[in-house]
Design a protein around this ligand. Structure first.
Ligand code: SF4
Length: 467
């Protein structure tokens, strides 16, 4: 079967903002389908920036037997017009040719089906398994497949997910993806291309603003399976650096310790890696084990140092864990990035400034600041939406959210610019970054990295999109 995997554009309006993340789940689905014997084309239209006619032409020219639309956080605003045009363009070859596929839970997959009348069906849950089962069943009956939603004359018919073996998930088909055009941030990329690897999916924490909440529950692969993928990626793509793209690394401490213990001997020699975690999931021993296993950078999603804002955001993070975790990570030799959000419910402009003061005093290596953006259904009490659905500028897609204590969008954006200026344009900070270059082993790569990061910081401070 010929299968066109369509990652639709986040917008058809110029200017297009290059995506930061490669289409990871689409590449996994592509690999699983190829392993099952299918011929696959993967079109990340978000990266390609093509117009509607070109999107349709690319799908039709491939002469697919099935089109799989891959839903992601970049295209949460779903373009039924794009899907309808693609469906019509290939419908003369196959009836019911267009299915959605995504790591979504049942209720959000149902919402996608309702929002997108062009879709004939949807595979939800862990998408690679459902996509293979769907392709094997077509063109026959598909109403008995697990984790599917089928559009019928009578309405939507939903089936429950079945068991899956996450360790059987294949290494993503990165050969179908133009990796050098994705905008990994310099802190994740010490020297060139970075490949993402997922050791787990989902996250057990309930932060209200996080798109991970739309997804099925947390699952982790075995250490064996992750080491096998790391070795395969390193060998096949000549990779020296990976990004462990799990939403939260070290949800399970024992898993993380075993991984760090085994990686140096059983993984690719000299592999460097970065990850994201929470300050309440790490301790000095684990951070040292991570550094000893090649980890060079950890991003802590802190989001606020105001306990009232963390509580209102359901972040479930004890703010007293932040300082010790940042200190311990730095002592272990890791670069530390802290992420803060502006516009959390329960926060205020003064609260943001206080968080910033505390953050600067902790001296992480880098910081990132986002204005909270959510879907239209995620408006907590005491807040309101202050923008249309948009993205690019703040790198997530959604409506900007303003709690009562904030005047509105202009103030949120001004605070974000101020945060970048206050953090990155401190003379002492600039001096310390330059000073580190003197001792760097790979000075030329580090100069390039510093220049790229500095340019992004200046752009952010001026209120423009990074990259
Ligand atoms: S801890 Fe991080 S990944 Fe998990 S739900 Fe909260 S913001 Fe999302």
């Amino acid at each position: 079967m010929r299968i066109h995997l369509l990652c639709p554009p986040a917008t058809l309006q110029a200017p297009h903002v290059a995506p930061r993340h490669a289409p990871h789940h689409a590449a996994i689905v592509a690999a699983a389908l190829r392993e099952a014997g299918h011929t696959v084309q993967l079109a990340d239209e978000h990266l390609l920036g093509r117009d509607l006619g070109q999107v349709v032409a690319a799908a039709r020219a491939f002469a697919p037997d099935l089109v799989l639309f891959v839903h992601s956080d970049y295209n949460r605003k779903l373009h039924d017009d794009v899907l309808r045009a693609v469906s019509q363009a290939v419908a003369d070859r196959v009836p019911a040719p267009l299915w959605g596929v995504a790591r979504l839970d049942r209720s959000h997959a149902l919402a996608a089906m309702e929002a997108l009348p062009a879709l004939d069906g949807f595979v939800y849950g862990e998408p690679e398994f459902g996509a293979v089962a769907l392709a094997a069943a077509l063109p026959g009956a598909v109403d008995a497949l697990p984790a599917t939603i089928l559009r019928c004359d009578e309405g939507l018919v939903v089936t429950d997910p079945g068991p899956v073996d996450f360790n059987a998930s294949p290494t993503p088909a990165w050969d179908l993806v133009d990796m050098e055009h994705y905008g990994f941030m310099p802190h994740q990329s010490p020297d060139g291309l970075v490949y993402p690897v997922l050791a787990s999916r989902g996250c057990p924490f309930p932060c209200f603003y996080c798109e991970v909440r739309l997804r099925p529950n947390y699952i982790a692969r075995s250490v064996d399976a992750v080491l096998a993928e790391l070795n395969e990626v390193a060998a096949r793509y000549d990779v020296g650096t990976v990004f462990l793209a799990d939403p939260t690394f070290a949800v399970k401490r024992e898993w993380a310790m075993e991984f760090c213990r085994r990686l140096p001997a059983e993984g690719p020699p000299g592999l460097r890696w970065s990850c994201m975690s929470r300050t309440d999931r790490v301790d000095a021993e684990l951070l040292q084990a991570m550094a000893d296993a090649g980890c060079f950078s950890v991003l802590f999603g802190v989001e606020s140092l105001n306990p009232a804002a963390l509580e209102a955001a359901s972040k479930a993070l004890d703010v007293t864990t932040v300082g010790p975790a940042v200190r311990a990570a730095k002592e272990a030799g890791l670069e530390v990035i802290v992420s803060l959000m502006i516009g959390l419910p329960g926060d205020s402009p003064e609260g943001v400034q206080r968080s910033l003061d505390q953050l600067i005093a902790m001296e992480p290596d880098f910081a990132q600041f986002f204005v909270v953006q959510v879907g239209a259904d995620d408006v907590p009490e005491g807040t309101r939406l202050v923008s249309d659905w948009e993205g690019g500028k703040h790198e997530f897609w959604g409506h900007m959210l303003a709690p009562e204590a904030f005047e509105g969008r202009d103030q949120l954006e001004a605070l974000r610019r101020l945060a970048f200026r206050r953090f990155y344009l401190r003379p002492g900070y600039v001096r310390s970054r330059l000073g580190r270059l003197a001792g760097a082993r790979d000075r030329r790569a580090q100069v390039r990295r510093l220049a790229k990061g500095g340019l992004i910081a200046v752009k952010m401070a001026a209120g423009r999109a990074g990259r």
